[in-house]
Design a protein. Structure first.
Lengths: 167, 636, 104
């Protein structure tokens, strides 16, 4: 019972704030709304039982990426600026595309609604498990993507510095 | 006898050398090299003739064809192959002698005549090319090799007629010669292809053997009443008619006189124009056994052409034109002789007479042309009205020209009498109508040749010479004249039938006193009439022209054949056939391609706006595409 | 025992995703476009986690994928913002209307 209430709260939070984020005309507010969406997402992860994932979501996304966004917004625009209204010529295809896609996915979900099994045997992964799986080399273990990501991050750091440095 | 291939190859090497070196060689050096090359060829030809006729040629009292060299050049199908080789038999060896002798005379003559001309080295290179082509033609072992060299001869003729390429009339004449002969060669090629398709071979030995695989079995296919062999031989004759200037393809030969006079002597009197005669002679067994009706047609075409050309020659005033029409007439004589000939030993008198006349005619016609060249060189004009009374100034030319005229008129003991007499006998025995036509033409021949002679060398001296014409004694111009005159005196006495006959069996031609005296008589009559009209300047020619006015006008305008051909090509072929085809090509074929490209342009102009540069447009398209693919995968 | 069906999560993530799509196609400021992109990425991450939880509860492939997706999203955001800053330096404007030179 409690679960459902929490879930609905989170759901409404996410949906409302995401819509607000894409329609707000002030950039900083859009960023703030996005932050709330991300926190809501972390909440969803907690509900699903992935505590580590939720923690990472907050730390990286909400904490790192959003800060980055705030910095760049402040760098590139006056924070109090009001952006212009979006012209209808641009909105129509966007709304059209989004609606069509939504209908498509809704159809699929609805069509398969009874086919999803409801399995119960779930153990939330412990930190030991996560650690071993992250660093292990046998099947279903992720040291290779881990290393790949670390190289990617290195490349991105170098790239970002190269692109954005002062000439 | 395989050294004979040098005879053919040496002029070609000389052509390459002189042609490539061109202005790097001094003119005198080029001329000397060309002449020496040809002298070597002449000596080799004489050696070949000696070896063939007196040593190896006769086996069992029959002249055998000797294949000195034959290699397979191109294999077309399993049975059909194109060879290149050297075939020696009586007529080809005789032609070797004729070609090399006349060519050598022309080479020596040109040293003096073309002295100081621009393009002297090119001239000698082209002369060597022509000699090579002609020699290759006569020793061909198969019809296709002959066709290859036939075309080469045409090209050399084109280059030499258009030698003075800055003169528009020369360019037009060379084009006319090439196009007319090429048009006739189209029929020639079709004939070759038809013949080879039905007989499976190109080779002369197989085709011309009367008991062989081709003639021995009857080829049964017929088309519209004639057998395929007849059609093939008719088509092949049309090719020969083009090259030998028979009606109606004769139009190119008078215009070809635009070339230098030694070229006219070599190509258009003695050698190239007899290629058609040689072709019919080469194929004679096939004509006689496989297509006798074509032989009849050939003899009538020849007779009519002879008469026709002789009538035109009576009124022309350009001396080279007179000689050109005379050539057409004499070649028609040779063709007629072949047409009225039978086969085998004595019965093949026409064949022998035709070849004999070819032999003698080459020498005296070359002599006439070279003499005319000497006259033109002295007087700087081609027209009769600029000449007259030249016998005092050009003595050697006078005597040699007279000898040649007597020979062509058929007066004994000159060579022309013997050969022309044999033709008359052959015609008399076969077809009296043809004999009648030839008889009248012989009289006309004597008449117009002596008209020419008197107008040049007798009569009053033209008062408007720029400078006194002079000859210069024995030099490059006169030595060939003297040599050819000697040949004209001597060659009549060769017992030709012992060497050349239609089937290789030598025979002795007996003398028909009736025909001989008739032909001499008509020749003398012609000379007398010409003397009366032209020896001294009088008004008889003018009165006669006015009396026979329509005939005179027709003859003077060459019976309007050129205009007729021009009308046919311009109004009928060009306007009715070529123009629509050209329109189709330009508007529909090209138009289709242009439409393809312009429509592509139009489409691209319309759709280039997809590449708008706006990121969100690209994202939209991307998204829609992904949606479409997902739908396809899930729902289809 | 969970009383929340799988489809609920899917519905949320779908809504979030297509909101992000709309935002991507309709916004003018480059940074807001990037933010819509983040929305889309997060929606996909929720999908992964939900499917992993409900369909393959014994394995953790989905969770790790989400983990790596978050990491990659961070890297990509960093580079994108660097580019945007560079554009800002040259054009003093980060509207997408200004950067349409690569066209016909």
């Amino acid at each position: 019972m409690g679960e459902q209430i929490v879930f609905y709260v989170l759901a409404i939070l996410i949906v409302v704030f995401s819509i607000l984020s894409v329609t707000s005309r002030r950039i900083l507010r859009a960023a703030t709304y996005l932050l709330f969406v991300l926190i809501g997402t972390a909440g969803l992860y907690l509900m699903l039982g992935y505590q580590f994932l939720a923690a990472v979501q907050i730390a990286v996304y909400a904490g790192g990426i959003m800060v980055l966004y705030i910095f760049s917004i402040l760098l590139t625009s006056h924070a109090g600026d009001k952006a212009e209204r979006v012209s209808w010529k641009r909105q129509v295809p966007a709304i059209g595309a989004a609606t069509v896609g939504l209908a498509f996915c809704a159809h699929i979900i609805y069509y398969n609604i009874k086919r999803v099994a409801d399995l119960d045997l779930f153990n939330a992964p412990t930190m030991q498990e996560i650690g071993t799986n992250l660093m292990g080399t046998s099947k279903n273990q992720y040291v290779l993507p881990f290393e790949a990501i670390s190289i990617l991050l290195l490349a991105c750091i170098v790239g970002a510095i190269m692109i954005a440095r002062k000439r | 006898m395989s050294f004979t291939v040098i005879i053919v190859v040496l002029p070609f090497l000389m052509f390459l050398f002189l042609g490539l070196m061109d202005s790097k060689l001094k003119p005198a050096v080029a001329g000397l090299l060309g002449t020496i090359g040809l002298a070597t060829v002449t000596v080799l030809s004489y050696i070949t003739a000696f070896l063939y006729f007196f040593q190896v040629g006769k086996v069992d009292d029959v002249w055998q064809p000797i294949t000195a060299l034959n290699f397979n050049w191109l294999q077309v199908t399993e049975k059909l192959h194109i060879d290149l080789g050297v075939l020696l038999d009586p007529i080809s060896v005789m032609m070797l002698v004729v070609i090399s002798t006349v060519s050598l005379m022309v080479h020596i003559y040109s040293l003096g005549y073309m002295h100081g001309e621009k393009g002297f080295q090119r001239y000698y290179a082209l002369l060597s090319l022509f000699t090579f082509s002609m020699l290759g033609l006569v020793v061909a072992t198969n019809i296709f090799q002959m066709y290859i060299f036939w075309e080469l001869v045409g090209v050399s003729s084109y280059s030499l007629i258009g030698f003075y390429y800055t003169k528009p009339s020369a360019v037009a004449a060379s084009k006319k010669a090439f196009i007319v002969t090429r048009f006739a060669d189209m029929f020639f090629l079709i004939g070759i292809l038809v013949l080879s398709y039905y007989t499976g071979t190109f080779s002369f030995e197989e085709l011309c053997n009367p008991a062989g695989p081709v003639l021995g079995t009857t080829i049964g296919d017929t088309f519209m009443g004639w057998s395929v062999v007849s059609w093939a031989m008719m088509l092949i004759f049309m090719g020969g008619a083009g090259k030998s200037a028979m009606l109606p393809f004769h139009i190119w030969l008078p215009d070809a006189m635009e070339g230098p006079t030694p070229v006219s002597a070599l190509i258009h009197a003695a050698t190239m124009v007899v290629a058609g005669v040689f072709l019919v002679a080469r194929f004679f067994p096939v004509y006689y056994f496989g297509a006798p009706e074509v032989l009849t047609i050939i003899s009538y075409i020849g007779a009519v052409t002879a008469l026709f050309a002789a009538v035109i020659a009576c009124t022309q005033t350009d001396i080279k034109r007179v000689l050109a029409f005379s050539t057409i007439s004499q070649i028609a004589f040779m063709i007629t002789a072949l047409g009225v000939s039978n086969y085998g030993g004595e019965h093949g008198l026409g064949y022998m007479a035709s070849m004999f006349h070819l032999f003698t005619h080459a020498f005296f016609k070359a002599l006439l042309f070279l003499g005319a060249g000497a006259v033109i060189h002295a007087v700087h004009s081609n027209e009769m009205k600029d000449m007259g009374g030249l016998r005092k100034f050009l003595p050697i030319t006078n005597i040699t020209f007279l000898i040649a005229c007597l020979s062509i008129a058929g007066i004994p003991p000159f060579s022309g009498f013997f050969s022309k007499d044999e033709i008359m006998v052959a015609a008399f025995e076969k077809d009296k109508i043809i004999f009648g036509i030839l008889y009248f033409t012989a009289g006309l021949t004597a008449f117009y040749m002596f008209r020419l002679y008197y107008r040049i060398f007798w009569g009053e001296r033209n008062k408007h010479y720029h400078h006194t014409p002079h000859e210069g004694g024995l030099n490059a111009l006169t030595i060939p004249l003297i040599f050819l005159a000697l040949l004209t005196l001597v060659t009549g006495f060769i017992p030709f039938g012992e060497f050349v006959s239609s089937n290789g069996e030598p025979f002795e031609a007996h003398f028909n006193w009736l025909v001989a005296s008739l032909s001499v008589g008509v020749g003398v009559v012609g000379i007398v009439i010409a003397t009366v009209m032209y020896l001294k300047k009088n008004s008889k020619p003018a009165t006669m022209a006015k009396a026979l006015s329509p005939l005179y006008k027709a003859s003077f305008n060459k019976f309007w054949f050129d205009e007729a051909w021009l009308f046919a090509t311009k109004q009928i072929v060009f306007a009715r056939i070529s123009k629509p085809i050209a329109w189709f090509d330009r508007h529909i074929v090209d138009g289709f391609m242009n439409a393809l490209s312009s429509s592509t342009n139009w489409i691209s102009r319309k759709i280039k706006f997809v590449q708008s540069g706006e990121i969100q447009d690209y994202a939209l398209i991307f998204f829609v595409g992904a949606l479409a693919i997902a739908a396809m995968v899930i729902f289809l | 025992m969970t009383t929340i069906p799988l489809e609920a999560y899917l519905v949320i993530s779908t809504l979030m995703f297509f909101t992000g799509v709309y935002g991507f196609l309709a916004r003018r400021n480059m940074l807001t476009i990037l933010m819509s992109l983040e929305l889309m990425l997060n929606a996909a991450d929720i999908n992964f986690a939900a499917f992993n939880r409900y369909l393959y509860p014994g394995q953790q492939d989905g969770m790790f994928f989400t983990l790596f997706a978050i990491g990659i999203a961070a890297a990509e955001t960093a580079v994108a913002i660097a580019i945007i800053i560079n554009i800002y330096r040259n054009l003093t404007n980060i509207s997408v209307d200004e950067v349409n030179k690569m066209k016909f």
